[in-house]
Design a protein around this ligand. Structure first.
Ligand code: MG
Length: 429
């Protein structure tokens, strides 16, 4: 354990450190007794991913109402601006993929669960959006909610003049990153060459490659590609670099175990989403059979499924996606369930946009943090669009992702020009 991690654990164990550091009231309520928290009745039953020690957030005092929720959509990016009764605002982002659908869900199904609510009751706002969409659960509801939740966290930071990482008990700092490939249309030789180059240029100490085909029924993107890329990348980057591989739900357990053993022979450290993600028992079979670590959870946004995944140790490493799961608040609940089970949290963040910023703030505060996922598809659409959206552009230096520090909250500056070109929708009281 690193000194900084040890000292963080000590600090949290010390009690009031979280709120004292944030200058916030220490009134985080237990979920079943709590002001502002959900009140599911008598006794604890793990409501919506709360562990036994979970306390609902109360980062700022009560008294400010959410009065307006706006969306700004341009190409694949959608931003959410939350305004409260004193005129203050905060910025969040919706997951980029099919963001236009999420924007529709935001205004049709989510905003009415947040408008008029007290800004300080972030857990209750989250829970209301989930509960009241029980007929339309998960994916797009959670994506829309993620925009609201992350905007509220930005507001908290701005109100207290602190980065979100500090509100969570961490600090802004460079964070170990891994270079994440998103490509299967690249040959093993070319992938090996670009990872070797990125190691030299940016001193990456970890990379992730792609195996198989997403939900590909044991298929391969090109004949023999998966078997060839495993040794090729290891040979190119040397033995001192950590290597991971992502199968995106491709394999049955027998085939996953075969590739897993091949990776173990080449010193790979993590096998992500080896089996169709909903088949927890299949994934567990792979986890139990391999000595390397198995990870998963990026698609999962249902807290009962998360609890089962963690309780049965289907994976060794949990990977919630802050924008898919419904925001920082819900991702934090998963990270805390994982921490209690002794599991590492290495969130999914497959593009370089605000999701990477949110992820860095969370990882900077987690004692069970893994590396930041940093896409190496530098010229891909979303990365280019995100450069037009906010300053500073995100970067890796000396193997570490640099956290933006332009002010409180998320520490970024949203560019007026991008906003002026975006499709704007408003919901208000
Ligand atoms: Mg993945």
């Amino acid at each position: 354990m690193s000194d900084s991690r040890r000292s963080f654990l000590k600090k949290v164990a010390g009690g009031a450190a979280l709120a004292a550091a944030a200058g916030a009231p220490m009134a985080r309520a237990n979920h079943h007794e709590g002001k502002g928290g959900h009140e599911p009745g008598k006794g604890f039953y793990g409501y919506l991913g709360r562990g036994p020690d979970y306390r609902d957030w109360q980062v700022i005092p009560e008294g400010l109402k959410i009065t307006k929720i706006e969306s700004f959509l341009k190409e694949q990016l959608a931003m959410v601006r939350v305004t409260v009764s004193d005129g203050s605002t905060g910025w969040g982002q919706i997951a980029p993929y099919e963001a236009n659908v999420s924007v529709q869900m935001l205004h049709q199904r989510v905003v009415r669960r947040a408008l008029g609510k007290d800004l300080s009751h972030i857990d209750a706002i989250n829970d209301a959006a989930i509960d009241e969409n029980m007929k339309y659960p998960w994916s797009f509801v959670c994506r829309a909610l993620g925009g609201v939740d992350t905007a509220i966290w930005d507001l908290y930071g701005k109100k207290l003049n602190q980065p979100v990482a500090e509100l969570l008990g961490g600090k802004v700092q460079p964070l170990a990153a891994y270079g994440s490939s998103m490509r299967r249309d690249i040959s093993p030789a070319d992938e090996a060459a670009r990872m070797a180059r990125l190691k030299d240029e940016l001193n990456y100490q970890a990379f992730k490659i792609r195996l198989g085909v997403p939900t590909g029924h044991n298929g391969d993107a090109a004949p023999g590609r998966s078997a060839a890329i495993i040794p090729a990348v290891r040979k190119a980057v040397g033995d001192d670099v950590a290597l991971f591989a992502d199968a995106n739900s491709c394999y049955t357990p027998d085939v996953a175990i075969k590739y897993g053993r091949m990776m173990q022979d080449h010193g790979y450290a993590m096998f992500e989403e080896p089996c169709p993600y909903w088949e927890l028992e299949w994934t567990k079979e792979v986890t139990d059979a391999l000595t390397m670590e198995v990870s998963g959870g990026e698609q999962d946004n249902e807290m009962g499924q998360w609890r089962r995944m963690i309780d049965m140790r289907a994976v060794d490493i949990v990977q919630p996606d802050i924008c898919y799961i419904g925001g920082l608040t819900r991702a934090w609940r998963v990270a805390k369930l994982a921490e209690a089970a002794g599991l590492v949290c290495k969130p999914h963040a497959a593009n370089v946009s605000m999701i990477t910023v949110f992820t860095m703030h969370m990882l900077a505060a987690l004692p069970n943090a893994g590396e930041v996922e940093f896409s190496i598809e530098d010229e891909s659409g979303i990365t280019r669009q995100a450069r037009e959206l906010f300053d500073p552009a995100l970067a890796v230096a000396d193997g570490k992702a640099l956290m933006p520090q332009q002010g409180a909250g998320w520490g970024v500056h949203i560019k007026p020009q991008w906003l002026s070109q975006a499709e704007h929708r408003v919901s208000e009281l």
